[in-house]
Design a protein around this ligand. Structure first.
Ligand code: TYM
Length: 434
């Protein structure tokens, strides 16, 4: 992590030494200062690694998110923000917000103010197609995004970074494009409104929309090699495709990338994602004002843990770490029973006496994300903590909660034909302006 301190500080140096006008320097000061604090924080919190490719903590309860907020320079989602959110939207906050699972943000207040003023914004999120199927952890940002789209009635852009996965993995371009389409089926099966949702994969969209490539070049002109090294940890032996890629994930946060949706309006953007993607958007937020665009706002989720425990995130690259949306009920049951890390005690007697530890128990974490009933969740937490509920029982409840979600998803996905999917990929205006 000494490396993190060094790289973050280099990033700041590069940001401030990049020959910007005074106005631009002021615009970037907040993020840059935050990153400076981040460098200091990295030394005191040497254990957690969080970047777009790795999540690792030495703590059984997982990443220390409060420390991460300080390190990344984002803001905590507090009760006051949730109350404002509820007041403006006129409905209760999603349980992901209420339970602190989405825990951090950048400029969410700006988005709420825009809504109060009746001004537009759009949502942008994405997926890097590294496997044929999404896992239940991937559902988290997409569930939130769908809820936000329904709550605010705004357009949504979904980017599939098949180029990223070709560059990072042993994956041919043709295979990555296929995986992108397969993943898009999973996403569409979640029920996004086709009139308000545009999905694209970089490897095909770039040839259809010159505005995207032009914005990528504009962004690449603003960021030095030193900066991407600082932000992403790239080294001298990394292929040049990786070094240029972050601009492709940044471009959709500028509304002019989609002239067929936004014309030449400069529209604000809100990005729901897990916090591993934040480095891309720290870079984007630095560049956007220099190109005359508002900084994107962000809503960060915590990680759905690997079945083996919260020391790392559920990942599509680790088959046994994840419940996939293609798993059969039997596989879901076996995986949870066999792999879900238990916060229970070694013997039943000890468990009854001392109680279990929900914070490190993966079955409990599954419930925290997917059991919507607050009262029931609290009942489980108390019973498990007191030792009244055993590991086998909490796992059974987790299986009963997750299995129908996976089954319903599979039924919905069967209805997504190529024809249905193509509609989401069509370059067209979206319902926009609310
Ligand atoms: P990817 O495919 O790694 O992940 C897709 C989305 O899921 C989130 N995520 C998780 N959330 C909770 N728990 C987990 N265990 C978990 N694993 C992944 C990710 O943070 C992400 O939001 N480069 C991106 C694709 C992308 C993107 C974007 C993501 C392109 N543009 C804009 C977010 C916003 C990627 O490879 O995501």
């Amino acid at each position: 992590m000494a490396e993190v301190k060094q790289t973050v500080v280099e990033g700041v140096d590069a940001l401030t030494l990049n020959g910007k006008s005074d106005a631009d320097t002021v615009e970037t000061a907040t993020d840059a200062q935050a990153q400076e604090t981040a460098g200091d924080e990295a030394t005191t919190n040497a254990d957690d690694v969080v970047d777009p490719w790795n999540v690792a903590s030495s703590n059984d309860a997982g990443v220390d998110y409060d420390k991460l907020i300080k390190r990344f320079g984002s803001s905590k989602i507090d009760d006051e923000l949730i109350a404002r959110f509820e007041k403006i939207t006129g409905k209760p906050a999603h349980h992901f917000l209420r339970r602190g699972l989405f825990f951090s943000h950048r400029d969410l207040h700006t988005i709420l103010t825009l809504r109060e003023q009746g001004k537009p914004f759009y949502l942008y999120t994405g997926r890097g197609p590294s496997s044929g199927s999404l896992h239940i952890g991937h559902l988290v940002p997409f569930i939130m995004t769908k809820w936000l789209q329904e709550t605010f009635d705004v357009p949504l852009i979904i980017q599939l970074t098949d180029d990223e996965k070709t560059l990072w993995k042993d994956l041919k371009i043709e295979e990555a494009i296929k995986l992108a389409r397969e993943n898009a089926k999973d996403i569409v099966a979640m029920g996004f409104d086709v009139n308000k949702t545009f999905i694209f994969n970089n490897l095909e969209f770039m040839g259809k929309c010159p505005a995207m490539y032009q914005n990528i070049i504009r962004i690449q002109k603003c960021v030095t090699f030193n900066q991407v090294k600082g932000i992403f940890g790239f080294g001298d032996s990394d292929i040049i495709g990786k070094i240029g890629f972050p601009a492709a994930q940044a471009a959709p946060a500028l509304s002019s990338t989609f002239p067929f949706i936004f014309g030449n309006k400069k529209v604000h953007c809100l990005i729901p994602c897990a916090i591993d993607q934040d480095p891309y958007f720290r870079m984007t937020r630095d560049v956007a004002p220099r190109l005359g665009f508002p900084k994107c706002a962000l809503l960060h989720s915590s990680f759905f843990p690997a079945l083996q425990g919260a020391k790392t995130k559920m990942s599509a690259s680790e088959q046994n770490s994840a419940v996939f949306l293609t798993d059969t009920p039997k596989q879901v049951k076996n995986k949870i029973n066999k792999y879900a890390f238990s916060g229970g005690r070694v013997t039943v007697e000890e468990h009854r006496k001392l109680g279990g530890i929900p914070d490190i128990d993966v079955a409990y974490q599954l419930l925290k994300f997917f059991l919507e009933d607050d009262a029931k969740l609290e009942e489980v937490r108390v019973a498990y903590s007191k030792g009244e509920m055993l590991t086998g029982e909490i796992k059974k409840l987790a299986i009963e909660t997750v299995t129908p979600i996976v089954e319903q998803h599979q039924a919905a996905r069967k209805l997504i034909t190529d024809e249905v999917l193509d509609k989401y990929f069509e370059l067209r205006p979206l319902k926009y302006g609310s």
